[in-house]
Design a protein around this ligand. Structure first.
Ligand code: ATP
Length: 390
């Protein structure tokens, strides 16, 4: 087992594309770290540099304290699992899993023992004599993982291993991966573009955009304290609402109406440390049907009325889209930031505010409805650089 350290690691491809720039990351021995971000953000390139499948253009990579920039993949003692299972079709499950051990020239008795152990952990014992063609997608992916774990490498690197599976199987396999990693305690770096996988699997999540790390932290921390607009929009489903706001005399003027400014933010504004023009971020789950809010809770937030556009009943709760009136946001660059992160567009006139209300809400499409918003949970962002000021 080993820790993995990226020290200002960068990748520039021969055509000049900078896929990864100066990534600093320390992955502890036994840690499960997820690299997540939109397509093209550089997560696979980062993983491939750790694996040795891509050369490192700048910086240093250390595995177990040793610089490995120039070490061949096979000498790094790590195992990779890809989305395409890459199993040998003419070999049985046992032969597929035994393959890396045969290459390592272990004796037959040791190989059999290691394969049996790995098969047990992955519940593949009954399938050891089958060929890949006679396995389901989930079973094939378990064999691919089995082939990685038999070697007992220093680390596992996984690149979207579950993305070829259907939605239900993906959820099942998520728990398999999670249990496996906890049981083996092997350092694991896992690449995905799926924020649910990122939030549920890892000890820590690394959010990337444009080849750079945006934020690193445990999933809950990223949700509660996103460092910037991009992370705020990327984490959470449905995405956080972003509203342009102007700070004036202790209040924030927004398309939802006026919101009071907290004491700390007021001091920042008075000291000139915060801009007057701000972006307010509110997660859909921090709204509630005003009729369902008790008096004590009510004091922690504000109420506003808006026309209901669409109601989507999810069973456990309702996604309710309100039409927002007022000025339309014009900050084009920020719109781009939000769109890039998968967030809804900026909430201005004619666009929708997304809320997640209790299932008991009797809200109906077309009506004007009072909605409560939890002010303790709102975020304020600097439109100039997207930084979270709260
Ligand atoms: P995805 O989720 O789509 O796989 P990713 O986050 O894994 O995306 P990478 O595959 O690491 O992204 O690619 C990062 C950037 O590097 C992209 O802009 C991509 O077009 C570019 N890139 C990747 N491979 C090469 C290459 N061989 N030559 C030039 N540019 C490349």
């Amino acid at each position: 087992m080993a820790d993995i350290v990226l020290d200002k690691v960068g990748k520039r491809f021969p055509d000049g594309t900078v896929a990864v720039s100066e990534v600093d990351l320390e992955i502890a021995d036994g840690e499960f770290v997820i690299l997540v971000g939109p397509s093209g953000c550089g997560k696979s390139t980062t993983l491939n540099m750790i694996a040795g499948l891509e050369d490192i253009s700048s910086g240093e990579l250390r595995i177990g304290g040793e610089r490995v920039n120039d070490k061949a993949p096979r000498d790094r003692d790590i195992a990779m699992v890809f989305q395409s299972y890459a199993l040998y079709p003419n070999m049985t499950v046992r032969e597929n899993m035994a393959f890396p051990l045969k290459l390592a020239k272990l004796d037959k008795a040791t190989i059999d023992r290691k394969v049996d152990e790995a098969a047990k952990v992955l519940e593949l014992t009954a399938l050891l004599d089958r060929r890949p063609a006679n396995l389901s997608g989930g079973q094939r992916q378990r064999v691919a993982m089995g082939r990685a774990i038999v070697r007992q490498p220093k680390a596992f690197l996984m690149d979207e291993p579950l993305s070829n599976l259907d939605a239900k199987l993906r959820v099942q396999m998520r728990t398999v991966v999670s249990r496996l990693q906890k049981k083996l305690g092997t350092t694991t770096v896992y690449v995905t573009h799926d924020q649910t996988e990122a939030m549920t699997l890892g000890d820590r999540v690394v959010i990337m955009r444009g080849g750079a790390v945006q934020q690193v932290g445990p999933p809950q921390e990223l949700y509660d304290h996103p460092a910037n607009l991009f992370v705020a929009g990327f984490i959470g489903s449905p995405s956080m609402n972003f509203l342009p706001a102007t700070a004036e005399q202790g209040r924030l003027r927004t398309a939802l109406g006026e919101l009071p400014i907290g004491d700390r933010m007021r001091r920042e504004l008075e000291a000139g440390n915060a801009p007057r023009e701000l972006i307010v971020g509110i997660r859909p789950e921090h709204f509630e049907d005003a009729e369902l809010v008790d008096d004590e809770t009510r004091r922690r937030g504000v109420e506003f009325a808006a026309p209901v556009d669409i109601v989507e009943s999810m069973g456990s709760d309702k996604y309710v889209y309100f039409t927002v009136e007022g000025e339309r946001a014009t900050a084009a660059e920020l719109e781009e930031l939000a769109a890039d992160s998968g967030a809804a567009e900026f909430t201005g006139a004619g666009s929708n505010l997304v809320t997640r209300l209790s299932a008991e809400s009797t809200v109906a499409e077309g009506e004007q409805r009072r909605v409560w918003c939890n002010l303790e949970k709102i975020h304020l962002f600097d439109p100039a650089n997207g930084r979270n000021l709260t």
